[in-house]
Ligand binder design. Structure first.
Ligand code: BGC
Length: 671
């Protein structure tokens, strides 16, 4: 049961059970059957007679979507940008803010976070997901869900599971091994259920190993409910249940609530009545579905009188939105310390590229996550504000002290957009040309990228003296960009995905069969997703997972282990010194990776198992500690059908990215 939700509802688990069972006993069979499909687009059915209001839902995850609330709300940076902060406390704050705004607009469920793994950089929804790494994914999922649910609003983790592409997303049958599911695609869902007690989960459109997401007995009944103990509500992705085989298979396959009610096809009252009459399903199954819905309603106050719906206060989360945007942006290149720009030494700046003025926020911009804020500060506006009395903004790059080129993608078909995958890893050719031409005119050319998925840069990277990955930074994006470019803030974001040099370097892109597939898509790369693949094949990425520059400089030294050997049940303490050797305060995201030296089954060279955000003053040194136990060494043995830790030697790698390992050591796990 959901602890953050229970706490905010202020009732005990026993009391919840008592109230739910009483309601269940009071419901007629007909009423129960009427609760298994939604009403309209964004809500469940309710029971007026018993004072139960419908459960209202709104799309997330980086704000309250306009199309499902008709209210303008705070637009935070896109999910991939949240991940680039690697800051679980900040992401928890974001969850609280989103939960608060959901309550404000009268909604009980936030449809997010999305935690599908970035298997290919071409997935059109990469910007709506966190990362390619299951550990980082899990930590972020738990943080955001705890935040949302602390506000008396249920989170809905999505899309369960292996929904990693938009091409044929409604029908494609993902062929994936159990081991890859357990180690790569499911961990964030598992952590959400076991640690954050997420109250609802959205079953995906696609099939997984032959069965559609809403009738996938293995995923929904065996793993989610059976193994992980989930007792919350399983709802369908919008219209997904239509692609199930029939009513009985959706009921038995584990779906509780068909969404939306409009155009429901499987779990309507009349479908269920028919299936009951033909003994294809039984009342016990219906009772269990209604229990999950009633719990969610009781925990989110659907039994209380409604509060007046309001528009969120545009001032309330302004500074949080700016902080997240600032911490999310990743400095990719900075030759000769071109950045930060010195405002006192610059007389003119050329601002080039339409992305400088473009507004990326608005209803349906990007699809489901289209939040429409009250305002959006573009980089051009923020630069104009800063320029007053300081420097001139001009158009001609050749005449300026510095040129800043704003390029990237947008929320349109074939770029970062739901329903479509990208066709290419590159920027549109005219934008690449713009960078090249600007750099030819001005040797001090800074490129700011506005996009939500990895980009190839080989055609132009050498012409840029500095590159800032700004993602889709939400309503405060412009201010954050300017703070970073001018050193009012120090960059600390790190990439949550590998940026490959070319698409053929990615493990999902070995053939048509592996992406995008046809009726079926084959995850032949198994565990080797993202940096796991680049490490194992020894391929040089453009920018590695975990990478990001700072205006400070960090050094790693004095690695110490509490022992060189440890056993099950023991904790191994790892400590080292992190030094900021620069004159500027800064933040380093330190990363711990572990790899087994001679694994019994194929394993990645190394895997992320810990990270910390360390803030250091100029010239400060600090001791940083990690502790690991046998669980951090585990892999899923699909023969034995369980997680195992083998006796043997393991390497520990500590550093500022998966390719920048400052310290390493070996330890022996003795069983
Ligand atoms: C998307 C979900 C979204 C739902 C409701 C679907 O098309 O896949 O992420 O929550 O629509 O808008």
């Amino acid at each position: 049961m959901s602890s953050a939700l229970l706490q905010s509802a202020g009732i005990s688990e026993d009391e919840l059970e008592r109230r739910r069972e009483k309601l269940l006993a009071d419901l007629t069979l007909d009423e129960k059957l009427g609760l298994c499909a939604g009403k309209g687009l964004w809500q469940s059915a309710g029971i007026k007679r018993l004072g139960l209001r419908p459960l209202g839902m709104t799309d997330g995850p980086h704000g309250i979507a306009y199309h499902s609330s008709f209210k303008r709300a705070t637009r935070f940076p896109a999910e991939i940008a949240l991940a680039a902060t690697w800051n679980t406390e900040l992401v928890h704050e974001l969850g609280k803010a989103v939960g608060d705004e959901a309550r404000c607009v009268g909604k009980q469920v936030v449809l997010g976070p999305g935690v599908n793994i970035c298997r290919t950089p071409l997935n059109g929804r990469t910007f709506e997901y966190f990362t390619e790494d299951p550990y980082l994914n899990s930590r972020l999922a738990v943080a955001v869900i705890n935040g949302i649910q602390s506000q008396g609003v249920a989170a809905c983790i999505k899309h369960f599971a292996a929904n990693n592409q938009e091409t044929r997303r409604m029908s494609v049958d993902v062929q994936v091994s159990e081991r890859a599911l357990r180690e790569i695609y499911l961990p964030a869902f598992e952590a959400a259920v076991k640690e954050a007690k997420v109250q609802t989960i959205m079953a995906c459109y696609n099939k997984v190993n032959g069965d559609q997401g809403c009738e996938n007995d293995y995923l929904l009944n065996q793993v989610l409910r059976g193994e992980w103990g989930f007792s919350g509500l399983v709802l369908s992705d919008w219209f997904a249940a239509r692609n199930t085989r029939n009513t009985a298979s959706a009921v038995s396959g584990g779906l509780d609530l068909e969404m939306p009610g409009l155009a429901a096809k499987r779990l309507r009252r009349k479908d269920l009545q028919k299936a009951l009459a033909q003994d294809e399903i039984n009342e016990q199954q219906i009772d269990n579905k209604v229990r999950a819905l009633l719990d969610t309603m009781l925990l989110t106050g659907c039994d209380q009188p409604p509060v007046k719906k309001q528009s969120p206060d545009p001032e309330k989360y302004k500074s949080l939105a700016r902080q997240i945007a600032t911490e999310s942006m990743v400095l990719l290149k900075n030759v000769n310390q071109q950045l930060p720009l010195n405002v006192d030494a610059i007389k003119s700046i050329a601002i080039v590229g339409k992305h400088a003025k473009h507004r990326f926020t608005g209803p349906l911009k990007g699809g489901s996550s289209g939040v429409w804020p009250r305002y959006e500060v573009t980089p051009f506006e923020a630069l104009t504000t800063l320029s007053k009395g300081q420097f001139e903004i001009i158009n001609d790059a050749a005449k300026a002290d510095v040129a800043i080129v704003f390029v990237g993608l947008g929320h349109k078909a074939g770029q970062d957009c739901e329903h479509y995958d990208r066709k290419t890893l590159s920027l549109p050719p005219e934008q690449e040309q713009l960078i090249i031409d600007t750099a030819a005119a001005n040797a001090n050319t800074v490129v700011v990228l506005i996009n939500g998925s990895p980009l190839a840069m080989e055609n132009w990277i050498d012409s840029a003296s500095a590159i800032l990955e700004a993602w889709y930074g939400g309503q405060e994006a412009g201010n954050a960009v300017v703070d970073l470019l001018f050193g009012l803030a120090n960059p600390c974001g790190k990439l949550p995905v590998t940026f490959p040099k070319k698409i053929e370097d990615c493990s999902a892109h070995k053939s048509e069969k592996t992406f995008p597939g046809d009726d079926q898509v084959f995850y032949e790369e198994e565990l080797m997703v993202g940096y796991r693949h680049f490490d194992n094949e020894n391929i040089e990425p453009l920018f590695p997972f975990g990478f990001g520059l700072s205006y400070s400089e960090f050094n790693y030294s004095e690695l110490q282990l509490s022992a060189t050997e440890f056993v099950e049940g023991e904790e191994l303490e790892i400590s080292f010194t992190l030094t900021n050797s620069s004159e500027r305060a800064g933040v380093e995201i330190v990363q711990l990776y572990i790899g087994e030296q001679q694994p019994r089954l194929v394993r990645p060279v190394k895997e992320l198992k810990g990270f910390q955000r360390v803030e250091l003053a100029a010239k400060e040194s600090r001791q940083v500690r990690f502790s690991i136990d046998a669980g951090k060494l585990a892999f899923y043995d699909d023969g034995a059908k369980q997680w195992c830790c083998d006796v043997g030697k393991y390497h520990l790698y500590i550093g500022g990215s998966c390719r920048d390992i400052g310290l390493n050591a070996a330890v022996h796990f003795a069983g």
